[in-house]
Design a protein around this ligand. Structure first.
Ligand SMILES: Nc1ncnc2c1ncn2[C@@H]1O[C@H](COP(=O)(O)OP(=O)(O)OP(=O)(O)O)[C@@H](O)[C@H]1O
Ligand SMILES: [Mg+2]
Length: 206
């Protein structure tokens, strides 16, 4: 990306990050889901959001399809456009996290370099969560019929079929969604969030 903005200065907030965290009762940060289409990103992101919200957490999901109808409506699926999409999500996620939210992002985000950039954009804790399931399993699930379309040549640049997926080498959390049920996966995620977003000295369950 070419940076074109000049004569810009950073303006400091009068509300500190710590004050936001104290008000919310937990840290803010990014839970970045990555995985093939059909690996379970949307299913788990929205269930996790519901569960955390019910426990009083400030939480918000950024999901691929929703974002592509608005913020990234001008972008397709070429490598360059995927990179730009993930760059925008990374920046938006960083803003939500700065506002004190637990942000769950649910994007295939197939390129390592793009995920690294998203991690760099996040000043707050950033946790890379790999929802891992073999291509064969995801293709068999095919919840939206996208693999069938891609195999028929009706979708160009489809991850796993005609575009690459670079699996994370060192995810902060790996969930094997081929072996685990939705409920088992959710339990692992909830436990992880309770541990990683707790404020020092506060009961994680509080
Ligand atoms: N452990 C699991 N976690 C999540 N989903 C699971 C699990 N086991 C089975 N599934 C099923 O797998 C499918 C996952 O579909 P989902 O739309 O969440 O995938 P996605 O990763 O968001 O795909 P896309 O990138 O196309 O948006 C659902 O039908 C879900 O019920
Ligand atoms: Mg999805």
């Amino acid at each position: 990306m070419t940076v074109k903005s000049t004569n810009i200065t950073t303006v400091a907030h009068r509300v500190t990050k710590e004050a936001r965290w104290r008000a919310n009762g937990h840290k803010g940060g990014v839970l970045w889901f990555t995985g093939l289409s059909g690996s379970g990103k949307t299913t788990l992101a929205f269930e996790l959001e519901r569960g955390l919200h019910e426990k009083g957490r400030r939480v918000y999901v950024l999901d691929g399809d929703n974002v592509r109808q608005g913020l990234s409506a001008d972008l397709g699926f070429s490598p360059g456009e995927r990179t730009e999409n993930i760059r925008r999500i990374g920046e938006v996620a960083a803003l939500f996290a700065d506002a004190g939210y637990i942000v769950i992002t649910a994007f295939i985000s197939p390129y390592r370099r793009d995920r690294r950039q998203a991690r760099r954009a996040a000043v707050d804790p950033f946790h890379l969560v790999h929802l891992s399931a073999p291509l064969e399993v995801c293709e068999k699930r095919d919840p939206r019929g996208l693999y069938k379309k891609a195999r028929r040549g009706e979708i160009a640049d489809f991850t796993g079929v005609s575009a690459p997926y670079e699996a994370p080498e060192h995810p902060d959390l790996l969930i094997d969604t081929a072996r685990l049920s939705v409920d088992e996966s959710l339990a692992l995620l909830t436990d992880y969030v309770d541990r990683c977003f707790a404020l020092p000295g506060r009961d994680a369950e509080g």
